[in-house]
Design a protein around this ligand. Structure first.
Ligand SMILES: [Fe+2]
Length: 182
C-alpha cells in the first residue's frame, strides 16, 4: 500500500489493475463475517466476498477499485454492502473493467432501479441514491468508482433495511425479486 501521494498518469484496463493497487492507500476486505445480516443467509465467515482498493490521497476526487469474487450465499449472488453517501450532493461514476454484474440503486423515497454492468460499460449514480453492485457472472467482477472526496459512506441505513429488491439465481439464471425482509 502506497503512502498518499500525487499520482503519475496511468492507464486503467483490467490488465493494469496492479498499477492502481500499487498506488492505493486504503484496502478494505469484506468476508462473510463482515456481512452478517446483509444476505438472506449467512456466509461462511472466512469466505472472501469482495475487496476494495482505494486511492484517497491529496486529489479532488477519491477512487475505488472493487474486485468481487463470483459465488452465491444460498441462491443470492455475491454483492457489496451498499451505501448512501452522507453528502447530499455526492454523485458517483462506475466503470466495469471486467466481469458481469448488476448495480442496484434506491432513492431515499424508495424508488428502485437496476442496471446491467458489463466490461467496457459504466453507470452514473446520481446524488441521493443508495447503490450496491452484484456479481452475477462466473469470474471476478472488477469496477472502478470515482466519487467526491467529501462523499462519506452511510452503510447503516442499508444494513438496517436492505434494498427493496434482491438478485437470486432461479433455474440457472439471475432473477430480480422483491426482498422478503424489506
Ligand atoms: Fe458510493
Amino acid at each position: 500500500m502506497a503512502e498518499p501521494s500525487l499520482l503519475e498518469p496511468f492507464r486503467l484496463r483490467k490488465e493494469d489493475v496492479h498499477t492502481f493497487i500499487s498506488n492505493s492507500d486504503n484496502h478494505i476486505m469484506r468476508k462473510g463475517k463482515d456481512m452478517i445480516g446483509f444476505f438472506q443467509e449467512d456466509a461462511d465467515p472466512d469466505r472472501l466476498i469482495y475487496e476494495v482498493f482505494e486511492i484517497r490521497g491529496p486529489h479532488s476526487t477519491d477512487m475505488g477499485l472493487t474486485i468481487m469474487k463470483p459465488g452465491k450465499i444460498g441462491r443470492e449472488y455475491h454483492m457489496t454492502k451498499g451505501h448512501f453517501h452522507e453528502s447530499e450532493s455526492a454523485d458517483e461514476y462506475y466503470f466495469c473493467l471486467s466481469g458481469k454484474g448488476i448495480i442496484v440503486m434506491q432513492s431515499a423515497e424508495g424508488e428502485i432501479r437496476h442496471l446491467p454492468m458489463n466490461e467496457g460499460g459504466g453507470v452514473y449514480v446520481p446524488s441521493g441514491w443508495a447503490h450496491r453492485t452484484i456479481n452475477i457472472g462466473d469470474d471476478d467482477f472488477m469496477l472502478l468508482a470515482i466519487f467526491p472526496k467529501d462523499a462519506g459512506h452511510d452503510y447503516g441505513t442499508i444494513e438496517e433495511k436492505g434494498f427493496r429488491i434482491v438478485v437470486m439465481e432461479v433455474d440457472g439464471q439471475f432473477a430480480v425479486m422483491d426482498n422478503p425482509s424489506f
